[in-house]
Ligand binder design. Structure first.
Ligand SMILES: Nc1ncnc2c1ncn2[C@@H]1O[C@H](COP(=O)(O)OP(=O)(O)OP(=O)(O)O)[C@@H](O)[C@H]1O
Length: 357
């Protein structure tokens, strides 16, 4: 399934959007770029909220816009969630959730109230009024309402931007669960690298009204100049399964022999494709297997490449025994003293990890 878009638009403000692309639609696609680069405008064109003359938008074999043909939003069967929840204040949570569901022909309904309320953990809220909800709860109801029209595509425009950091981290697991369970392709606008790394499978990088690149998350994380590294520096995402917590609360991540220990969290044990975010500056390299040190997590890796130094730091791309990319940031002096080179087997010491999903 792909989404084909050809559009050209110029606002009175001088901003110009020029897009001609074919997006594979599977899992979560993030639209990422600086403020004002045109992410929301592109999302609105996909939704049919921005009517651009001569644009072409085709979702699989459905022409949503082509020549004189223009399919309005409600016939595109798109679930939309914006930054500010737009719930109906005079209706209960249940009636808000069922608003679009009731208007969806029975034959097209794939998702129903019990499974959606369980997925978003909102069963307890069904009889409340909207003004009795917190910001995070409102956003979960908005996500539920969008899912209950059984959409063929979900468009999320910075759904967490208005939430504080704590509420954001509370709602993130629901979003990622939703992405995995609902089997609906998602396009999500974001300018937060951590959000993208946590949720996205593919990224559309936008700049000045144009699409610069479309990459898988792993491709985007494997180049040192990735825009995802602009804020917190280079990072890697390790994917693996999470085991039961030990007595001290630590949980094993990944296969025996290449196992990391992470602090326990509320995640289910049956969590398979769990993502672990490791900042390159938290990874050091050693030629010998480290013993008698406080850092618990170390992995044998092989060096794939050493990038030229930048600001007195050298980025070293390593592969774990399972073939996953792990970036380490060391000093150029350490590279010289340890005589590091591509192909060499070394140990990566990981000071801290963040469990993402
Ligand atoms: N209706 C409009 N009329 C004139 N200019 C507009 C209109 N809507 C958006 N723009 C301009 O178009 C540009 C792209 O806006 P858009 O909202 O798509 O950017 P964005 O990447 O989503 O930004 P942000 O991350 O800040 O939400 C901006 O310069 C904006 O000021």
């Amino acid at each position: 399934m792909t989404l084909q878009i050809q559009a050209r638009l110029r606002h009175a403000s001088g901003f110009e959007l020029k897009v001609d692309c074919e997006l594979p639609l599977q899992g979560v696609t993030a639209l990422f770029g600086r403020s004002g680069c045109g992410k929301t405008t592109l999302l609105r064109i996909i939704a049919g909220l921005e009517r651009v003359p001569d644009a072409q938008v085709c979702f699989g074999d459905q022409a949503w816009q082509q020549s004189r043909q223009f399919v309005p939003l409600h016939q595109r069967r798109i679930g939309l969630v914006f930054q500010e929840p737009s719930l109906l204040p005079h209706l209960s949570v249940r009636d808000n959730l069922l608003y679009g569901y009731k208007r969806t022909p029975a034959a097209l309904r794939r998702l129903h109230l019990p499974e959606v309320t369980a997925m978003l953990d909102i069963e307890e809220l069904l009889d409340r009024r909207i003004n009795q909800l917190s910001g995070g709860q409102r956003q979960r109801i908005s996500l539920g309402r969008a899912l209950l029209i059984s959409p063929q595509l979900l468009l999320l425009d910075e759904p967490m931007a208005a939430l504080d950091t704590r509420t954001k981290s509370e709602i993130m697991p629901f979003l990622s669960r939703m992405a995995a369970q609902a089997e609906v392709p998602i396009i999500m606008v974001s300018h937060a690298p951590e959000e993208v790394e946590r949720l996205a499978d593919r990224i559309i990088f936008m700049h000045d009204g144009q699409i610069e690149r479309i990459e898988t998350l792993q491709e985007a994380l494997s180049r040192p100049d990735s825009p995802l590294f602009a804020d917190a520096g280079a990072a890697s995402i390790l994917v693996g399964s999470l085991g039961d917590a030990e007595e001290d609360g630590m949980r094993p991540f990944g296969p025996v022999g290449a196992r990391l220990w992470v602090p326990g969290s509320g995640l289910n044990t049956d969590a398979h494709d769990v993502r672990l975010r490791v900042l390159a500056k938290d990874v050091s390299l050693s030629l010998v297997e480290p013993r008698q040190i406080s850092i618990q997590n170390h992995l044998q890796v092989s060096i794939e490449c050493i990038y030229p130094p930048h600001n007195f730091r050298t980025l070293v791309a390593c592969r774990t025994t399972e073939g996953q990319l792990l970036l380490a940031e060391v000093t150029p002096r350490a590279v010289r003293q340890l005589d590091l080179a591509a192909g060499q087997k070394v140990y990566a010491l990981i000071k801290s990890v963040g469990l993402l999903t």
